[in-house]
Design a protein around this ligand. Structure first.
Ligand code: NDP
Length: 496
């Protein structure tokens, strides 16, 4: 087994850093330490836990240069894409600091019968949450989901992608600098087997990554009967209909398809455009795509960065090549930029894609988007829903009510109107996938309650042995009938 992972910047090939691989014994020990620390942590108030997360929020903004440099060095992405990670982690912290206590508060509920009984729900942390995270947003996905878990009173053990562990390691050290007990947030490094090992010990698994690994995670978690969430991929559609502001929709698509070099689970890969505006829309998108600046640098003037690896660039390029060979038309891009390096691919717009091409239905996870003409809104909805995925979608119609009606008919966990990636910053609403895009939700109330078990506490007056003893008083037909009569009346009493 390897002792170290060497991390190289995929854009330049330069060494970005090294991390030590955790042995299976160290993984078990990390969870055991986290479990011991969590016993004290869960007893602390939300405000005490929040004070540390608040310092962390401020610290990552103060250390933005270090954070952005680290993200860029291990991913080869642009400065702007790295900033998106920082903004989202800060936003997640800010949201749960402001609203987490409300979501976790003991909530009073209706008792079995009014007056003599009452009920309440208490949310208790699971214990140790294991987070297994991918390479596309190593700082964001490495730490953002840990924040609500910690605020809810859990400890976390994080297994980042073997390609990009440095951002998670940095986040771990900044949490400790913010005052967190080092045993409450532990990063364990290694390849996939380290993730598999982690699942053997934790009390909850939060996984983000591909479908195949997601399925293995679900099986492993199910064998232990522990809860899990899966945030998997998407083949996210955008619908553009007559009446839509074409220029704006084209700009929206550029952001939605090409930021982070298209390596975003919610990014747009399929666009259904009404025939009457297809040409105008395609021209606008093509012109804007051709102007995008591609490369790697710590400055802010680049639009599209490197892909994560040579292997991933090969796969992405194969999607383009195979489509073009089989008759798809290249509207923009379509070339590798070997002058920049093996991991750079021009942002690419295709039309004439059909179901014989991988890019039609498989997630590309790169800077490639296909435009499809449709006759009607109905056809757009039907084709958008024709996918095994159901993560995110985007609707542009120029008219809010119609867009919302279409949005509700899309089989996705989220849909943006006049937007593509907005869901990720909409912290008050749940985010996640339907169909093979995942199970469970992050953000909103569900994004923190998922790290807790609901305990219901029900109570009764003690008189006569309490509520449960009431039935003992039904000893003859007359009393039984009176009970039935009372039930008939009960349904008719307003408010009860
Ligand atoms: P994976 O799903 O393979 O990996 C995600 C994480 O799971 C990594 O930390 C990985 O570790 C770990 N892992 C791998 N095998 C196991 C296992 N058996 N048990 C537990 N954990 C495991 O994603 P990849 O990074 O390989 O990307 C593959 C594809 O997934 C992409 O091309 C893309 O289509 C999709 N993807 C989707 C993302 C999303 O945000 N929805 C994000 C990233 C990828 P290690 O890296 O060390 O193998």
């Amino acid at each position: 087994m390897e002792t170290f992972l060497e991390i190289r910047n995929p854009a330049t090939g330069e060494l970005a850093g090294r991390v030590e691989c955790a042995t299976h014994l160290q993984i078990a020990d990390s969870v055991a330490r986290a479990r011991r620390a969590q016993k004290k942590w869960r007893a602390r108030s939300f405000d005490e836990r929040g004070a540390i997360i608040r310092r962390f929020h401020d610290l990552i903004l103060d250390r933005q240069v270090q954070v952005l440099d680290t993200i860029q060095q291990e991913t080869g992405k642009t400065r702007r894409d790295a900033l998106a990670e920082l903004v989202t982690v800060a936003g997640t912290a800010r949201y749960y600091l402001k609203h987490g206590a409300r979501h976790l508060a003991v909530s009073k509920r209706r008792g079995a019968v009014p007056a003599i009984t009452s009920a309440e729900v208490v949310y208790k942390p699971y214990g140790v949450a294991g987070l297994i995270t991918p390479w596309n947003y190593p700082f964001l996905l490495g730490i953002a989901d840990a924040l609500p878990a910690l605020l809810a009173g859990n400890a976390v053990v994080i297994k980042p992608s073997e390609l990009t562990p440095l951002s998670a390691v940095l986040a771990e050290s900044l949490l400790v600098e913010s005052g967190l007990d080092p045993d409450l947030a532990i990063v364990v490094n290694g390849r996939g087997d380290a993730g598999a090992e982690l699942i053997k010990y934790v009390d909850y698994v939060g996984f983000t990554g591909g479908i195949e690994t997601g399925r293995k995670v679900a099986v492993a978690a199910s064998e232990r009967l522990i809860p899990y969430s899966l945030e998997l991929g998407g083949k996210n559609p955008m619908i553009v209909l007559e009446g839509a502001p074409i220029e704006q929709a084209a700009i929206g698509l550029i952001a939605g398809a090409f930021s982070n070099s298209g390596q975003t689970c919610i990014s747009i890969e399929r666009v259904f455009v009404q025939q009457s505006i297809f040409e105008e829309f395609a021209r606008a998108v093509t012109e804007k795509t051709a102007k995008l600046k591609i490369g790697f640098s710590p400055s802010w003037d680049l639009d599209v960065g490197s892909l994560i690896s040579r292997a991933h660039a090969d796969k992405t390029f194969w999607h383009i090549e195979r489509a073009v060979t089989n008759g798809a038309k290249l509207l923009a891009g379509g070339k590798r930029r070997l002058d920049l390096g093996e991991t750079f691919i021009q942002p690419t717009v295709l039309s004439g894609v059909n179901d014989s091409m991988a890019v039609f239905s498989e997630e590309t996870f790169g800077p490639v988007v296909a435009l499809y003409p449709v006759q009607t809104a109905e056809e757009a909805i039907e084709r958008a829903n024709d996918s095994v995925y159901g993560l995110n979608a985007s609707v542009w119609t120029g008219e809010g009510k119609r867009a919302r009606e279409i949005a509700r008919r899309l089989e996705t966990g989220s849909t943006g109107i006049n937007s593509t990636l907005l869901i990720y910053h909409s912290f008050d609403v749940p985010m996640g996938g339907v169909k093979q895009s995942g199970i469970g939700r992050r953000h909103g109330a569900q994004g923190i309650l998922r790290y807790t078990q609901a305990q219901s506490i029900v109570s009764s007056i003690a008189a006569g042995g309490g509520y449960d003893a009431l039935a003992l008083n039904i000893t003859n037909e007359k009393t039984a009938r009176a009970v039935i009569q009372a039930m008939k009346l009960w349904r008719r009493i307003p408010g009860l």
